[in-house]
Design a protein around this ligand. Structure first.
Ligand code: SF4
Ligand code: SF4
Length: 113
């Protein structure tokens, strides 16, 4: 029997501006109450000894992410993917996304059950 393909999100956080649009898009799509949602943008600040600091934004899908099955069943992109103006996220089969992931650094592959 053929193995069922798994789907996921590939997140290229190098270009994430921390605009939170993906988080808002998910909240609006599923009417999540405040503080809940399928994706949470994290701000990570690392202070270096030379008074410089690194600021990184990474959107993390949560256990509430259902990969927008109601949308993808209709051939639509997940809400977070569609609304990210920086084009940081891509939805697809995990094996295809993993091949893309090896091409550049600063990628996160989210592959739920
Ligand atoms: S992933 Fe896209 S929509 Fe989400 S915070 Fe980053 S730039 Fe904004
Ligand atoms: S794929 Fe859908 S459910 Fe998952 S974080 Fe994006 S908008 Fe939310």
């Amino acid at each position: 029997m053929a193995e069922k393909r798994r789907f996921g999100l590939l997140i290229d956080y190098e270009y994430c501006t921390g605009c939170y649009t993906c988080q808002v898009a998910c909240a609006q799509e599923y009417n999540w109450p405040t503080g809940m949602g399928g994706i949470r943008v994290q701000e990570i600040v690392q202070n270096l000894p030379n008074d410089k600091s690194y600021l990184t934004y990474i959107p993390f899908p949560t256990e509430l992410c259902i990969l927008c099955r109601p949308r993808t069943k209709k051939g639509l992109e997940p809400a977070c993917v569609k609304h990210c103006m920086a084009g940081c996220m891509k939805y697809g089969a995990v094996d295809d996304l993993a091949k893309e992931m090896v091409k550049k650094p600063r990628m996160v592959l989210w592959a739920p059950r």
